[in-house]
Design a protein around this ligand. Sequence first.
Ligand code: ZN
Length: 227
Amino acid sequence: MIKHHPKFELIQAYVNGDLPASLSMGISIHAEMCPACQQKIAQLTEQVAESSFEAQTIETESTSIGDTSSDTSFDFESMINNITLSAELDEVAKPVTKTITFKTKTYQLPKVLNRIKLGKTANVGKLSRTRLQLDEDEIHSSLLHINAGGGVPEHTHKGFELTVLLDGSFSDDKGEYVKGDFIMLDTSIKHNPISQDGCLCYTVANDALHFTQGINKLLNPIGNFIY
Ligand SMILES: [Zn+2]
């Protein structure tokens, strides 16, 4: 069962369209698997739609006072053209199902990732990383696969790190995480996730990982690999 959900403020920013694409997709992916957050998003979206409708109505009323010339400039034909154009676009964008294979296991990707371009897959030991090509400068998004028995050595980072579990499970000293969990960590947290049976995650980070312990410090190039 999913135990970790995005914070309310994050869902609110998502609904308002204030999040970078990578974080926004993380929330969409979680919501695909979490009916509770789906409901929260629907409620908030309705509220935002209502309040923007109210704002629009007020605006229209106030501009129409003493300004009758704007009525005649309304271009009905171009409005119809616009409607037709968007209907065509909908027809072209048929839903596709994308899958990704790591070693011998094939995973179906969340709907929201279907139209995102995937980069090449890089492998180090039991870790594989496929970059999502979102072009967000210092924010990197990836699919991270951990083979059974693999893990990421203890590390910390200067920025944030979001992990959404797409399949399988992993654990760290805080407990076990399962499919659908939305784990947002900030710079203050050190952790050492291990996956006994293997897992696939969607990850977003805005800074390389820094390995913190003894010999793990030698692994800092892997930090750039995962980031
Ligand atoms: Zn949730």
